[in-house]
Design a protein around this ligand. Structure first.
Ligand SMILES: NC(=O)c1ccc[n+]([C@@H]2O[C@H](COP(=O)([O-])OP(=O)(O)OC[C@H]3O[C@@H](n4cnc5c(N)ncnc54)[C@H](O)[C@@H]3O)[C@@H](O)[C@H]2O)c1
Length: 335
């Protein structure tokens, strides 16, 4: 069985520790947090050794795999230390704070022969997994538009990232994953509405090579939590509630039931609404399970370091676009 450890056991990291504890394929051997009381509390909860210096944990416990869930501005430094020691790592999203750091991290992991996964967790949401399967089967036909909404109150513990790289990166990654296509341009509007230090409102547009338009509506100023994704195609619209893990399909009755070379779309009319049964599971358990099995089987994880890098590049291009009021032409590769 692989030995696993978690570095940074705050809000999300303590869940990584719990999931490592619950998975059959990995044994949680220890946790580290620079806050001594936090490390002690989580160590005691899972009955494992705890450290305030993560390098000591690595040297003494020699884990095979680690999850890194320290604040974003520390991802690069901690990640490089772990890679240097030849340990496989899952880095929480966003991969790093800058594209240059992400490139260096990916290159270092490759050079050392360690696996680098990134915690873009929505790919493991069972409603997203089902949506992706059905899009691939062609249930929506040609996709015209993909629209994500991620709205919530401001989380005071996030002190080192704006809403685009912290929150919208989830949806940027999802759009790349679902469309599996090159992105050719992006345009963003950002503003600081309530938060004094960093942007807290973001609206973005992106265009895929095949013409699909992506719309992002993300903020930290909404007094309720909304996580929604819709995909509109020739045959109808998928509506996915990411929080509730629910998926519906609204049929376009005007779409021909059989497409052949002579078929064409005559218009859009309301048809049946299908509630799609979702086999629910915890996305974090699926994410860490995928990481551990990728290490065990010597394959790439579902979200690679390069995916994290491309998503960060797009997120920062959106910020650049917002700052300069200009469209950014992209050559963002497909996943
Ligand atoms: N995938 C997701 O859905 C998701 C959700 C929440 C957070 N995150 C990401 O996880 C990371 C952590 O976010 P959080 O909300 O858990 O923050 P947090 O502040 O609650 O936790 C971070 C922890 O890291 C510890 N820490 C700081 N410096 C350290 C160091 N040098 N060594 C060891 N520990 C150190 C802090 O004491 C704290 O306990 C961020 O990058 C965030 O973007 C991802």
């Amino acid at each position: 069985m692989l030995k696993g450890a978690v570095i940074g056991v705050g809000s999300i990291g303590q869940n990584h520790a719990r999931v490592f504890r619950e998975l059959d394929s990995v044994e949680l051997v220890g946790v580290a947090d620079s806050s001594g009381p936090t490390a002690a509390k989580i160590g005691a909860r899972f009955n494992v050794p705890h450290y305030s210096d993560y390098t000591k944990l690595i040297d003494e416990l020699k884990p095979d795999v680690v999850s890194i869930a320290v604040p974003t501005s520390l991802h690069f430094d901690v990640g490089m230390e772990i890679i240097k020691r030849g340990i496989h790592l899952l880095m929480e999203k966003p991969i790093t704070s800058t594209v240059e750091q992400a490139e260096e991290l990916c290159d270092a992991a490759k050079k050392q022969g360690v696996l680098l996964a990134v915690g873009h967790i929505e790919r493991f949401n069972p409603a997203v997994m089902e949506l992706r399967r059905r899009l691939r089967e062609g249930m929506a036909g040609k996709i015209y538009k993909i629209h994500a909404q991620r709205l919530s109150p401001y989380p005071p513990r996030i002190q080192d990232a704006g809403v685009v790289i912290d929150l919208a990166s989830h949806d940027i990654d999802l759009m790349r994953y679902l469309m599996d296509e090159e992105i050719v341009r992006v345009y963003g509007e950002i503003s600081q509405s309530i938060n004094r230090d960093r942007e807290d409102v973001f609206n973005g547009l992106m265009r895929f090579k095949g013409g699909t338009i992506g719309v992002l509506d993300v903020n930290w100023i909404t007094p309720t939590k909304i996580r929604r994704l819709s995909v509109t195609g020739a045959r109808g619209m998928f509506d996915c509630d990411l929080l509730g893990q629910q998926l519906f399909f609204y049929e376009n009755e005007a779409a021909p039931s059989q497409w052949d070379t002579f078929s064409f779309l005559r218009g859009v009319t309301e048809g049946n609404v299908l509630g799609i049964r979702i086999q629910r599971h915890e996305p974090l358990a699926a994410e860490l399970g995928d990481f551990v099995s990728a290490v065990r089987d010597g394959r790439q994880p579902t979200v690679t370091g390069r995916d994290g890098l491309e998503t960060l590049r797009l997120a920062l291009d959106f910020v650049r676009s917002g700052d300069s009021a200009a469209v950014v032409n992209e050559v963002s590769a497909a996943p």
